[in-house]
Unconditional design. Structure first.
Lengths: 333, 215, 333, 215
């Protein structure tokens, strides 16, 4: 295991200390229990947005705390959902009287912990709603699974709901927008290498030098199947086709295309995939009107990528373009 | 001979030891079908429980079990945190105020706990989760309660948990992270069922002992 | 070799196609010869900023083309300096009548190719000046080497000179500011893994599982020495000490701290290093008043990081804070 | 017998072949002390030269060499691109308008070329660069020019380049990327000196042949 860290046990807290030191203008970081809160929280009259999940997916979620995006993030241990007390503390810290929206990736652990926190916050009189993201088409039959995983679309939900909340929309409206984004977005990912959970110290799976793992999530878990390493064109096809067919996306759709790096893949390769994706979308008559390319929802140092497509409409474009000021996404003012 | 407060404390302490000893093995099972940290998660939780035990030691059994549940909820995370947390919280509620437990009390407590796990996680038996160890253990306890003593009943319960755990191997998971694997998950033992068996085997080894052995 | 690409030979052009497709609002990409030009170039009356170097360091330099930073970037083959015809074409494209500043990392190849291009541009009547960055303290004795390498400071020079040029400063002033930044900045880097140049297909060096390579550049070349893998605290110390001693930085200095990822190292680890760096700086009485954390000047998928410290003054802070709108750095408006 | 235009074209073609054949070996040498792509760089350049040769074939030797130089400058990149580009550009300038070269012409051309390389790269002999092969080759050519024929002179020149190349092994580089390695670079042969030897060895094998052998 080769990582820049002091001890596996201390990794998350050390990184949070660094995050706190780097961005005092944007956030306040609490350690007992762990939660990252927007520096000017609670914003009176604004719906508060709380997300969270296991650590190891940075910049998700802490990197998205700030004006126009999240009000708080709750980092769990590596790849482990945060606990209800963290989420409850964050909920209290960001409640500006207009209620709190939880943005939760659909994993049993995340859902259960956020649910328990919502029950506790509800008992304290805080109105809580939740958007569960479940955009991963690699998990196909939701009757026989815990449902689709929440992956790339989570970033887009956080940005777009963040803009809606900043714009003064009510809790149920922001939640409805979040569900619309989730409903119109689809993702799929692939790994070239596994990652090493620091406390375990071993790769989460083994891959031969000429193999890739298709249909992975963001936790180093094995994917749906393994295949011989393909070209970028083949890989883009492999990821895009199930995405396109699932919604389905149709000729004439305006979409946001998000090519995400899993943590160990450099930008140059992501742009190669974007080139292939743009070609595939053009071939289907889709118009990519917005894009996002980079490592935004990662799995430690895993090499690989995921593709997310989101069908847009005028309102979603406006909300996407709205100003955002966080450690990992910044534009407008 | 009923289960004493000291025996309950014994059980918790021994469970923490067993989880620590099996941590890497549980992680390995979880790596095959999930994200490889079930042992690390539980170990973090039970180490925190050990830290809390001195504060709980002079309370009644219900308060002890509730304290364990709250600690697990606040420190484990993942799917198993809320589930084991709920198990202990419900067992605590069912034994509130008690200084000792007859076999029937223990059975009722475990029943309440398992019911809580199912209510939270919505897993039916056969979906390759901790429920596959917990539910047979409860059933065996109920069957044994009619006629046999505490020690035998606890042993049968642990044996049933073990059978349930082993029976998860060929199953395709329908709940939790392992369900994402589909057919590829078959052939691996469920980590949660394994840790559940560990807790119940430790119960059989500790709860029926003479009072005052160790804390 | 596990990479997302079609062919090693086509990697750079495929990535450039993706870059062109993704950012038509910011840049125009030319292929014969390769150069990336700001969409609204030439900006009349503004000093044009041209940089470039081998590919494989993304987002450097193409990701920094746009308002408030570079006017053009010339991407060479992987780790290979661009050729004079590329640089000449870029120079012509961005000359707005106020002259062109070349920002060149100090490598023999880069220097020679930019020099030849400057001679050719000069012959065409374009006024050209150059800032050579050479901030890498790992290369200590400049009498017996090609001089220090240009690494992390290059990003800072590009941002700060970009703001100065955008602010209407003359060529010699922008060049002087660039030299000041280079003179007040120092860097050092370290690798945990080598990288694989796609056309070679083999790692550039071998490292045992418990070793790290200290004093590396950004081209996968071996470093100055090899040591047993250390903790994040030890690593930060190892990199920061020669940097601090070299300028030297002094108690009371206001600095910009830049923790750069080499391409394969995830963000969570960079924040751990930042935490340690902040501690070390505080211990020396330095005040970190600005920071940058992320993979900005990379070596393909190499795991590792570099640290850059830049001594600031009010003017440099103002220029750093000025709006920038590029693919990889965006703030203000 | 002087060097013909056809022989010069032969030399360039054969050099492209030699570089292609040694590409991986040159990359490996460069990986040890630099960034591992010297062979890839030169091969890209000489393949481009091959593509340009048909356009140059009916021109004079000076124009041919200038065309090679321009192509190398525009396609090789790195340190070696401007340096080899300058070598050929200067050799082209020194042979402008010529349809054949006597040994003295060739010597003067190489002298101009090497001077150009030194002017651009500022490397002195012994700094572990291509100059360590080029300079001795030029010296040997000059020495041999007094008395021996073209073929012998070219062979002595190639042999001197080879000695110079081998002599770079123990050196600590003071120029180029290898200089960053300091003492660690000693013990490795310089890739640029190796490719320079390759060009001069190919010259010895091609330039003194009968006219019209192959293009
Ligand atoms: N819905 C559920 N009901 C009951 N048990 C579950 C459920 N989902 C998961 N589990 C149990 O949790 C175990 C995994 O726990 P853990 O690895 O700690 O959490 P995570 O899956 O979030 O990483 C599984 O092996 C399974 O036994
Ligand atoms: N200043 C210089 N003068 C002469 N030759 C040089 C100089 N710097 C480097 N070289 C030669 O260039 C070779 C490296 O070429 P190449 O690998 O193509 O370029 P780069 O070093 O830019 O990657 C070295 O082996 C050396 O012989
Ligand atoms: Mg987990
Ligand atoms: Mg797990
Ligand atoms: Mg090079
Ligand atoms: Mg080289």
């Amino acid at each position: 295991m080769k990582k820049l860290l002091n001890t596996p046990e201390g990794l998350v807290d050390d990184a949070l200390r660094g995050f706190a030191a780097a961005h005092p203008d944007l956030v306040t970081v609490h350690f007992e229990p762990r939660h990252i809160v927007r520096a000017d929280a609670p914003v009176r009259g604004k719906v508060g947005l709380v997300s969270g999940g296991g650590s190891g997916h940075e910049p998700l979620h802490g990197g998205f705390v700030g004006r126009g995006m999240l009000d708080a993030a709750c980092p769990g241990a590596i790849f482990t959902s945060p606990t209800p007390d963290q989420i409850l503390a964050a909920t209290r810290a960001v409640d500006g009287g207009a209620g709190v929206l939880q943005i939760v990736k659909n994993y049993t652990g995340d859902v259960l912990n956020f649910e328990m926190a919502a029950e506790l916050a509800g008992a304290e009189g805080i109105e809580v709603a939740a958007v569960i993201t479940d955009d991963d088409v690699a998990v196909q039959d939701s009757l026989y699974t815990a449902g689709r995983r929440g992956v790339g679309v989570t970033v887009l939900v956080e940005k777009i709901c963040g803009a809606a909340a900043e714009g003064g929309r009510a809790l149920d409206e922001v939640a409805a927008i979040g569900r619309r984004v989730n409903g119109q977005g689809r993702s799929m990912g692939l790994a070239l290498t596994p990652c090493v959970v620091p406390q375990a110290g071993r790769p989460t799976f083994e891959l031969a030098d000429d193999e890739m793992e298709i249909g992975i999530g963001i936790h180093g878990e094995p994917g749906r199947r393994r295949a011989k390493l393909g070209t970028a064109a083949e890989i883009a096809e492999l990821l895009a086709t199930p995405i396109l067919d699932d919604l389905p996306f149709r000729a004439g759709d305006e979409v946001l295309a998000f090519v995400n790096g899993m943590g160990g893949t450099p930008l140059i390769e992501l742009y190669v995939i974007y080139h292939e994706l743009a070609r595939i979308c053009a071939g289907r008559g889709l118009r990519i009107v917005r894009n996002l390319i980079g490592p935004y929802i990662t799995a430690l140092e895993m090499a690989g990528c995921s593709i997310t497509l989101l069908r847009l409409d005028d309102e979603l474009i406006r909300l996407w373009d709205a100003p955002v000021e966080t450690a990992a996404l910044r534009w407008g003012s | 001979m009923p289960i004493s407060r000291a025996a309950v404390l014994d059980w918790i302490t021994a469970s923490a030891g067993a989880i620590a000893a099996e941590r890497a093995a549980l992680d390995r099972l979880d790596a095959a079908v999930g994200d490889g940290e079930h042992g690390t998660n539980l170990d973090r939780g039970f180490q925190a429980v050990l830290g809390k035990l001195p504060d709980l030691a002079d309370q009644d059994i219900g308060a002890i079990l509730k304290g364990v549940g709250l600690t697990l909820v606040a420190t484990v995370g993942g799917a198993s945190g809320p589930l084991y947390g709920t198990l202990f919280l419900r067992m605590g509620a069912a034994t509130a105020g008690k200084a000792e437990l007859a076999l029937d009390d223990w059975t009722a407590a475990l029943a309440a706990g398992v019911e809580g796990v199912v209510a939270r996680g919505k897993a039916a038996p056969g979906e390759k989760t901790m429920v596959d160890a917990l539910a047979p253990a409860l059933a065996a306890l109920r069957a044994a309660a009619e006629g046999s003593g505490l020690e035998v009943a606890l042993r049968r319960s642990a044996a049933a948990a073990r059978e349930g755990m082993l029976a998860t191997v060929p199953l395709v998971a329908r709940k939790g992270r392992a369900s994402y694997l589909g057919e590829r998950g078959a052939g691996h033992q469920d980590p949660g069922a394994t840790s559940a068996h560990l807790l119940l085997a430790t119960a059989a080894a500790t709860l029926a002992r003479e009072e005052g052995r160790a804390v």
